[in-house]
Write a protein that binds this ligand. Structure first.
Ligand code: THU
Length: 133
């Protein structure tokens, strides 16, 4: 799966975004180490704090199907870039601290590739709690 193909899947996931409050639609697609893809979109709520971002929707989809090892995620905004928010960076770090992050604008097709360590330096994660059980 190429970066462009994964980004196109994220852009397709935009069609299911439910964003009646922000009108900021986001699609995501997570690529697992075994080559499967898991899409997600943002899902807002009348109780604003109950909203879930596209990235965490995709992670929930994969993990709930027993998949926990990931290679890359693509994130597409409808008309602009949508870099993962802080909570999503932390959620991604839980499962894939070395994740590739492909982020872009679905309407132009432009995207940039980064790594999770670039987006979340000095992360706190499972390694910091190892050996406490
Ligand atoms: N959002 C995402 O789904 N992912 C991002 O990368 C950034 C923000 C959503 C959350 C909310 O539904 C809307 O975009 C505006 O913040």
């Amino acid at each position: 799966m190429t970066d462009r193909e994964l980004f196109q899947l994220a852009a397709r996931a935009l069609d299911n975004a439910y964003a009646p409050y922000s009108h900021f639609q986001v699609g995501a697609c997570l690529l697992s180490k075994d080559g499967r893809t898991f899409s997600g979109c943002n899902i807002e709520n009348a109780s604003y704090g109950a909203a879930i971002c596209a990235e965490r929707c995709a992670v929930s989809c994969a993990v709930s199907q027993g998949v926990r090892e990931f290679e890359a995620i693509a994130v597409a905004g409808r008309e602009s870039f949508a870099w993962p928010c802080g909570i999503c960076r932390q959620t991604l770090n839980e499962f894939a601290p070395e994740l590739k992050v492909i982020c872009g604008n679905a309407s132009t097709g432009e995207y940039t590739v980064a790594t999770l360590p670039q987006l979340l330096p000095r992360a706190f994660g499972p390694k910091d709690l190892a050996g406490r059980d």
